[in-house]
Ligand binder design. Sequence first.
Ligand SMILES: Cc1cc2nc3c(=O)[nH]c(=O)nc-3n(C[C@H](O)[C@H](O)[C@H](O)COP(=O)(O)OP(=O)(O)OC[C@H]3O[C@@H](n4cnc5c(N)ncnc54)[C@H](O)[C@@H]3O)c2cc1C
Length: 410
Amino acid sequence: MDGGVDKFDLVIAGGGIVGATLACLLDGLAVRVALVERRLPDDGEMPFQGSELRFDPRVSALNEASRRVLGDVGVWSGVRAVRCCDYREMRVWDAEGTGSIHFSAAALGAESLGTIVENSVVLAGLYERLRGQENLTVVSPFTSAALESDGDGTILIGDCGRRLRASLLVGADGGNSAVRRLAGMPGRERDYEQEAVVTTVRTGRSHGFTAWQRFLDSGPLAFLPLATAEDSEFRHSSIVWSTRPEEAEELVQMPEERFCARLAAAIEHRLGAVESSDRRFRFPLRQRWADHYAKGGIVLAGDAAHTIHPLAGQGVNLGIRDVAVLAEELRAGLAAGRRLHDPVLPRRYERRRKGDNLGMMWTMAGLRRLFGPQPPPLRWLRNTGLGFVDRAAPLKNFLARRAMGQHSRP
Ligand SMILES: Cc1cc2nc3c(=O)[nH]c(=O)nc-3n(C[C@H](O)[C@H](O)[C@H](O)COP(=O)(O)OP(=O)(O)OC[C@H]3O[C@@H](n4cnc5c(N)ncnc54)[C@H](O)[C@@H]3O)c2cc1C
């Protein structure tokens, strides 16, 4: 502490999956790191761990590239040991059932297309791994409330008045990033006019290690397979139902029995009846992207830099790739004798990540529009196109490999 300011070389604002992964990736570097988080996951936030038949309603479909990063920092084997579910197939179809596409790991020579994990399980693994990391201080509770800069770097000020100085400040504080706002980093935003209803359900039939997604006129509905030792029939799925805000409100409020019947009909009873549902939550969906990921000694990563629709489950995968590239650039820069606040490092990071993130964002926007309500001639064209993609193995495999993260070697 110096003049009421705690001094660090690098401060990560936001300890979600992206920020905490970055902290792990910086282990062993000769820099003092602070990871700042409003509320740590074990502050009463882990009601799902230790309970076999309840799941965290927030899950992510991690691709191969993300699993590799988590493996490299020694977290993935612990996550697997708790519970997760590999899915080998993905079936996507439209409201009328006339346009459809089927992805299979076997056709790609892979064991799985991805792995569904509960966010709280990944976070628990990350924080367990961070315990005792020598160059790291976890600062929590701390809510970023203001920024100042002086000759030595950026000062992040918490609402408690605590001040942390950093040569490099990384904003990994999610879609509503305080760092992005306080630093005045311009960006764009689009309201999807949809909310996601998430919950866990038990179905009459096994999910068959398949991710199911039907595009309704009001938005996509996904069933993501879950696995736990107590469910030998594999009948639990995590639901992400994106729809109009009025319908989302209705879906959350309606009695469980009615919700289950409506959900089973919406997925065309592909998994039989929906027998039970856990508590339902709503998340507003917005598309956001920062024009630049770097400004002076501040960089953005993960949802703070880009927030996309959850329909292809790519948000956290992009964020993990961001911090893998950022850590790589910082390591290489420091090894070459550069300082952390050298503007070359954030610029290289931005150059390597922005195209990939924007590409994925516009692909998601295109898919949403493609599968949304269309007049009959366009609908026919879309279904014919989908049928073509489904039969054209090279194109289909290209799309699948991209979603699996096989095009990126961070
Ligand atoms: C319904 C839904 C389903 C999704 N499904 C998938 C999926 O299947 N696969 C996938 O890859 N992605 C998915 N996503 C997207 C994914 O959840 C996000 O991309 C991911 O959580 C972003 O991680 P992050 O660490 O950047 O941000 P966050 O997870 O938002 O973490 C930000 C952290 O910063 C902290 N914070 C925020 N503000 C402050 C502040 N002022 N001071 C201090 N701390 C602060 C927060 O407490 C939080 O811990 C889904 C999203 C939604 C809404």
